[in-house]
Design a binder for this molecule. Structure first.
Ligand code: C2E
Ligand code: SIN
Ligand code: SIN
Ligand code: FE
Ligand code: FE
Length: 353
C-alpha cells in the first residue's frame, strides 16, 4: 500500500507543485484539496500518513483544521506539517499547541519540502511498526499465558488420574464432587474466580491416598482403628505433595487436601480445628466429598439412597459440617441432580483438558 499524503491549500499553483513533489517520494500518493471543508470530510474517513496544510485559507483556516483533525478518533499521531509565511511566529506557536509537528515556509523550497516530508513519513512508519509490534507482542503474551494455564490444568488432571490407578473410586466421582463444590461456592456467593478455582482444585483432595498401602486402601471391608489411623494420613500426604507452589491452583488444592476431613465441631483430622478456622474451601469440599462418597459404592460399603445421604448432611450440619455449606448445597439441588446425571460412568473422556 502506498503511503498517503493529504495536501490542503487553496492556491491552485501550490497544489500542482506539491503534487509533483510528492511523486518524487518513494511509494507515495498525494490526495489534494483546494477546499479545507472537503479535505476535512475526507480525513474523517481516512487516516493519511502525512498531512500538509496551508495556514491562510478562507472559511476554515489551517489552525482550525488541525484542531478538528486532532479531535478525530485515530488521528492523534498523524504527522502534520503546516505552511506559514516567514513572519508568522505567533501562528506557529498556536499551531504547535494544537498539534502541528513541523512547518514549511513560503515560498516553498523543493529540497526542504522533500527532506521534511521524507523525515515525517519515515518517523510515522517506524511508529506504526512499533505499535504493530507491541500489539503482536501482547497477543503472543496472552497466548503463552493461556497455554501455561491450559498445561497447569492438564498436569493437575493427570495427577488426579494417577491417584485413580490406585484408588478404587472412579474419575466420575472426582468430577461430581468438584462440581458439587463449585455449586456450593456459587450459592455462598464466592467470586466467579473462586468458583472456578475450587472446581479445578477439589479433584486433588484425596491425592494423598497414593501414599497409603493397598492392603488398607483397597480393603474390601471395614478398617480397624489402626488401619483407619494410617488412612487418616492421606490428608497430610496430599498437603505435603501439593504445598509450597507459586501456583494459586496448587495452593488451593494443598489447603483442600489438608482440611477436607476437619469437622465443624473440631472432632475431625488431621488438626482438629473447628468452625471458621477451617478454610472455607475445605468446609465446602467436606460436604461435597461426603455426599458423593455416601451415594457411591465403595469396596467397604454399598451406595446410600440420596434421601438417606441428605438426612446425613442435615444431621451433621453444625457438628460435622458447616451448616451454611449444607444449606448452600441443598439450595442448589436442581443443579446437583444435573451433575449426578451428567457424570455417571467412566469419565476420562469427560475431562476437558
Ligand atoms: P471416601 O470413601 O472418599 O470417604 C470420604 C468420607 O465420606 C469419609 O471420610 C466419611 O466422612 C464419609 N463416608 C464415606 N462412606 C461413609 C459411610 O459409609 N458412613 C459414614 N458415616 N460416612 C462415610 P473418612 O471417614 O475420613 O474416610 C476417609 C477415607 O478412608 C475414605 O474416603 C475411604 O477411602 C477410607 N475409608 C474409611 N472407612 C473405610 C472402611 O471402613 N473401609 C475401607 N476400605 N476404607 C475406608
Ligand atoms: C479420588 O478418587 O481421589 C477422590 C474422589 C472422592 O473422594 O470422591
Ligand atoms: C468411617 O469409617 O468413619 C467412615 C466409613 C464408614 O463409616 O463406613
Ligand atoms: Fe479424603
Ligand atoms: Fe474423598
Amino acid at each position: 500500500m502506498p503511503q498517503q499524503v493529504l495536501i490542503v491549500d487553496d492556491t491552485e499553483i501550490n497544489l500542482i507543485l506539491f503534487g509533483a513533489l510528492v511523486k518524487k517520494l518513494d511509494d507515495c500518493r498525494a490526495q489534494v484539496f483546494d477546499d479545507s471543508r472537503k479535505a476535512l470530510a475526507w480525513v474523517t474517513d481516512n487516516v493519511p500518513d502525512l498531512i500538509i496544510v496551508d495556514y491562510m485559507m478562507p472559511d476554515l483556516d489551517g489552525l482550525e483544521f488541525i484542531r478538528l483533525v486532532r479531535d478525530m478518533p485515530g488521528h492523534k499521531l498523524v504527522p502534520i506539517l503546516m505552511i506559514t509565511a516567514n513572519d508568522q511566529k505567533e501562528i506557529r506557536y498556536r499551531a504547535l499547541d494544537l498539534g502541528a509537528n513541523d512547518f514549511l515556509t513560503k515560498p516553498i523550497d523543493k529540497v526542504e519540502f522533500l527532506a521534511r516530508a521524507r523525515n515525517m513519513l519515515s518517523l510515522n512508519q517506524a511508529r506504526k511498526h512499533m505499535a504493530d509490534h507491541a500489539s503482536w507482542l501482547s497477543g503472543e503474551v496472552r497466548k503463552a499465558t493461556q497455554e501455561i494455564v491450559k498445561r497447569e490444568r492438564e498436569t493437575v488432571y493427570r495427577l488426579a488420574k494417577a491417584a485413580e490407578y490406585r484408588d478404587p473410586e472412579t474419575g466420575a466421582h472426582i468430577l461430581r464432587m468438584a462440581n458439587y463444590s463449585m455449586l456450593i461456592a456459587r450459592e455462598l456467593g464466592l467470586s466467579v474466580d473462586d468458583q472456578q478455582l475450587i472446581l479445578e482444585a477439589a479433584p486433588m483432595h484425596d491425592i494423598g491416598k497414593v501414599g497409603i498401602a493397598d492392603s488398607i486402601l483397597l480393603k474390601p471391608g471395614r478398617l480397624t482403628a489402626q488401619e483407619f489411623d494410617v488412612m487418616k494420613q492421606h490428608a497430610m500426604f496430599g498437603y505435603e505433595l501439593l504445598h509450597g507452589s507459586s501456583s494459586k491452583l496448587l495452593q488451593a488444592a494443598a489447603e483442600i487436601a489438608k482440611g477436607h476431613h476437619e469437622k465443624f465441631d473440631g472432632s475431625g483430622y488431621p488438626n482438629g480445628i473447628k468452625g471458621e478456622a477451617i478454610p472455607i474451601f475445605s468446609r465446602i469440599v467436606a460436604v461435597a466429598d461426603v455426599f458423593d462418597a455416601l451415594t457411591s459404592e465403595r469396596p467397604y460399603k454399598k451406595a446410600w439412597e440420596v434421601e438417606t445421604a441428605v438426612d446425613f448432611l442435615n444431621l451433621g450440619a453444625g457438628s460435622h459440617f458447616d451448616p451454611a455449606c449444607v444449606k448452600a448445597f441443598l439450595n442448589a439441588w436442581d443443579d446437583v441432580e444435573l451433575v449426578r446425571n451428567k457424570y455417571q460412568e467412566d469419565p476420562l473422556q469427560a475431562i476437558e483438558l
